[in-house]
Write a protein that binds this ligand. Structure first.
Ligand SMILES: *Cc1c(COP(=O)(O)O)cnc(C)c1O
Length: 826
């Protein structure tokens, strides 16, 4: 669908400057996702941390001609001659207004989904159930925010027959805006869960806000057995049809009579509208999936699906994997594996993700794609669209797998290299497969095509022990700490020690996307590695060595200065290179007595030296708390702060430019938000551990391995070196490929700690070896090849650090380099 720029200007009440003709099909809010410049309308949005207006110049040069702005760029009519600027008071409101208007052109059923858990799952499964006979348009991934919802609604087009849109909120007042944009005709409330409440005083309050989505819907599907939901709905004077489902109450729209579970499937027997009996089987056994499927069943039945049809389709549901995984591949390849349901919107997101990955060697991009199932479009049109996207996103090599792609190969004539295969087996036996090397490969295939097997063959088989790093959790932790800060407070993210073990390059890339102000590493080489991998953010070097000045200057790394010796040497080195105004960060010692100037006795001389040179310029001044994690040290922290406050003010008063002051670390941000000054330094908290109570905020890293071998060991035998592991009863012992050389501390052995095998605790028995450890799996249902969690999502790293009488920092940073880091994003 497209609209003329005139029509759009009129609809968002904009003042139009420029008179070029334009037809708009795409809207863009993030300059990095640009794909079709000529037909794109860019909305310059302002947020607390960023301003879309800064990207206008770049986008203009990349071919974008249409912009919605709050403020016109300087001299726009002479610089951006061919552009149209639509000036409005608030770009976000304009975006919402435009999509609200777009939405009102449709009279089709629109399902609006909200809730705390399961929104995306319900959206995907409902779409799978309905796509057999309807053209369904749904939100991509979990686009459910104030910006994501308008972008989702924009996807509705002439051929849409049903829309499914997800809505998520984080504070009061947001749902009203989303309701206007979505205008759902059918409402769905998924599980409320106990997710933490951020800006709400209680779950009830949050639930009430969520219900606002449903105010004009004809019907509302929800689970009645959830007492809070039921109560809130009762209080919410609702005019439409209530479609509750329950396991307890017969007198409801959908009464769930019986749930029986097998090893891999569950069967639900139900009664619809107290009249029609039915039954279906689904390929899942966990409670969350069962609940979400029942919710989908209620909506489908309401939309008129016959119980027999439902029973046919339910067993075919595909699991919703929302991960985009990055793995190291064979022959110098990087693999990006997207097992998310295949459709063109998620393909676009995956291609965009691929293009944003750091890549030092600038390798060519390859896409391996299976046929796209259930698209609702004609085959020809679908693959023309896919081919266009593939070219726009810079794919050099395209490999299509499946009979539909075989039929539609002509559409891909414009791609440099292209190959088509009937199935995965044909591809694996081909020359094309064997010649994959030094490329970045995106694998996107429907499960039924056997892409799992393909991935298996392409990933580099190294050590079977991996550290999985959840990049979304990093962002969630970042936002959790940001919530303590004023919008204008700057943030340094500490990614020293390879980002506390998580891998500095990928973490830096993620943080850069979320616009943190500074990244900080310990030594210059770490900074140089980041630069070589394309990191452009400001980088602070906490412990610069005297021998690394050249690296600092070459890579624009900003050193911390903690002594006169370092200061003098750096001034000299900079002067020799003819450098002026090089930014440095001054460290005060206020109590740690580790590194730093004494803010009382050194300050006069420090000011004197800094003022009598122009090679360096103090960009910031900081100090570090000794014990912000512990209330016992509160009075000492107060002393430290006072000393810092006085010294840093004195330094500032000697200069006319602004010198940023900072002292709070992770614990400080939470405990002393009033001491946030101009900037804070976030470390451990970013990686999910709250240093104040050792609790996990959002877990980032999971160290995993697999069972190599299992054996029965009779009572009285011993296992491992030095016969330390005495077996006291007949036992089953498993060997796992992780040892102290991987960072598994020897002190955990001899039953001092445990790992998890299929969710159950298995003690380490005997001494931990260099590359292998032995665990007791007696009574645990497991087999060779099963996964073992050393620490992570289900076993907090702090359990290990407590046993080791150390801090989680040490456990995280000692996971050795030979353990592969695997990154994923939901
Ligand atoms: C490591 C470090 C931090 C971060 O500390 P956390 O306790 O991990 O938040 C802050 N400032 C300095 C100077 C550091 O070296």
């Amino acid at each position: 669908m497209n609209y003329s720029i005139d029509k759009i200007a009129e609809n968002i009440n904009a003042k139009r400057l420029g008179d070029a003709e334009a037809q708009i099909s795409f809207i863009l809010t993030d300059s990095r996702s640009l794909c079709f410049p000529e037909e794109t309308l860019f909305f310059a949005l302002r947020s607390e941390r960023n301003d879309g207006h800064h990207y206008i110049d770049e986008l203009y040069h990349r071919g974008v001609r249409n912009f919605v702005v709050e403020q016109l760029p300087d001299a726009f009519s002479s610089i951006y001659k061919q552009a149209n600027f639509l000036q409005v008071d608030n770009s976000l409101l304009a975006l919402q207004q435009l999509t609200t208007w777009h939405r009102s052109a449709f009279t089709i059923p629109i399902v609006g989904i909200t809730g705390s858990n399961g929104k995306t799952m319900v959206k995907e499964w409902l779409s799978q159930l309905l796509s057999f006979d309807h053209n369904v348009t749904r939100s991509p991934k979990s686009y459910n925010s104030q910006i994501g919802v308008p972008l989702s609604v924009w996807l509705l087009n002439e051929s849409s027959e049903i829309g499914i849109i997800e809505a998520g909120i984080s504070k009061r007042g947001e749902m009203e805006a989303l309701q206007k944009i979505i205008q759902p005709t059918i409402g769905v409330l998924t599980s409320l869960g106990a997710a933490h409440q951020e800006n709400f005083s209680s779950i009830e309050e949050k639930c009430k806000e969520k219900l606002l989505l449903f105010k004009d819907t004809q019907a509302l599907v929800y689970q009645m057995d959830d007492a809070i939901a039921a109560k809130c709905i009762e209080d919410f004077s609702y005019d439409g049809t209530l479609l509750g489902w329950s396991e307890k109450n017969k007198d409801v729209a959908l009464f769930v009579e019986k749930i029986s579970k097998d090893t891999t499937t569950s069967t639900i027997e139900y009664c619809w509208q107290t009249a029609t009996k039915g039954k279906f089987t689904l390929p899942f056994i966990d409670d969350a999936s069962i609940q979400n499927c029942i919710t989908c069943a209620a909506i489908s039945l309401y939309l008129g699906m016959k119980p027999e049809t439902l029973a046919e389709r339910m067993p075919m549901l595909e699991p919703v994997a929302m991960r985009l995984e990055v793995k190291e591949g064979q022959h110098g390849c990087t693999l990006i594996n997207d097992s998310y349901n295949s459709d063109i919107n998620s393909l676009d997101i995956a291609l965009d993700f691929m293009n944003r990955r750091p890549d030092q060697q600038k390798r060519a991009r390859t896409l391996i794609l299976s046929d796209i199932l259930q698209s609702g479009q004609t085959e020809k049109q679908l693959y023309c669209d896919v081919a266009e996207l593939v070219q726009k996103r810079g794919i050099k090599k395209f490999i299509g797998i499946g009979s539909a792609l075989m039929r539609q190969q002509e559409a891909f004539d414009g791609v440099e290299e292209r190959y088509f295969f009937e199935n995965v087996a044909d591809f694996i036996n081909s020359k094309v497969f064997n010649s994959l090397a030094d490329e970045v490969i995106l694998l996107k295939g429907a499960r039924s095509f056997g892409f799992d097997q393909l991935t298996e063959l392409l990933v580099k088989k190294v050590h079977e022990t991996v550290l999985e790093v959840n990049l979304n959790a990093v962002v969630d932790n970042l936002n959790w700490y940001r919530s303590f800060l004023k919008p204008e407070t700057k943030l340094v993210c500490m990614i020293k020690a390879d980002a506390y073990g998580a891998g500095a390059v990928e973490i830096a890339k993620t943080l850069e996307e979320h616009r943190v102000d500074y990244l900080a590493v310990a030594v210059a080489d770490e900074g140089a590695t980041l630069r070589r991998n394309g990191i452009k953010s400001n980088i602070m070097i906490m412990n610069p060595e005297m021998s690394s000045f050249k690296t600092l200057f070459d890579y624009e790394l900003e050193p911390e200065i903690y002594s006169f010796r370092l200061l003098d040497a750096l001034i000299k080195a900079a002067e020799k290179e003819g450098i002026t105004g090089y930014p440095v960060h001054i460290k005060f010692d206020t109590g740690m007595h580790r590194l730093g100037f004494n803010p009382r006795t050194d300050i006069a001389q420090l000011i004197e030296k800094l003022r009598h040179q122009n090679a360096l310029i103090p960009r910031s001044v900081f100090s570090h708390f000794v014990g912000s994690d512990n209330n016992d040290f509160d009075s000492f922290s107060a002393e430290q702060f006072k000393l810092f406050d006085e010294g840093s003010k004195q330094l500032q008063s000697a200069f006319s430019h602004r010198i940023l002051r900072h002292i709070d670390n992770s614990a400080g941000i939470e405990h002393f938000p009033e001491r946030q000054l101009d900037m804070c330094r976030l470390g451990l908290g970013l990686y999910g551990i709250n240093p104040r109570n050792n609790e996990i905020i959002n877990n980032v890293s999971t160290l995993k391995t697999t069972i190599l071998q299992m054996r029965n060991v009779p009572k009285g035998e011993t296992v491992g070196y030095s016969r330390r592991g005495v077996i006291e009863k007949d036992s089953v012992i498993a060997a796992i490929p992780i040892g102290y050389a991987d960072g598994l501390n020897r002190k955990l052995g001899n039953r001092n700690c445990y790992c998890l095998v299929n969710g159950q605790k298995a003690d380490y028995v005997g001494n931990i070896c260099m590359d292998v450890a032995l665990i007791d799996v007696t009574g645990i249902d497991c087999k060779e090849g099963d996964s073992v969690e050393i620490f992570g999502d289900n076993l907090p790293v702090t359990i290990l650090s407590n046993v080791l009488e150390t801090i989680p920092y040490e456990v995280l940073t000692t996971v050795s380099n030979r353990v592969k880091r695997v990154y994923f994003q939901d």
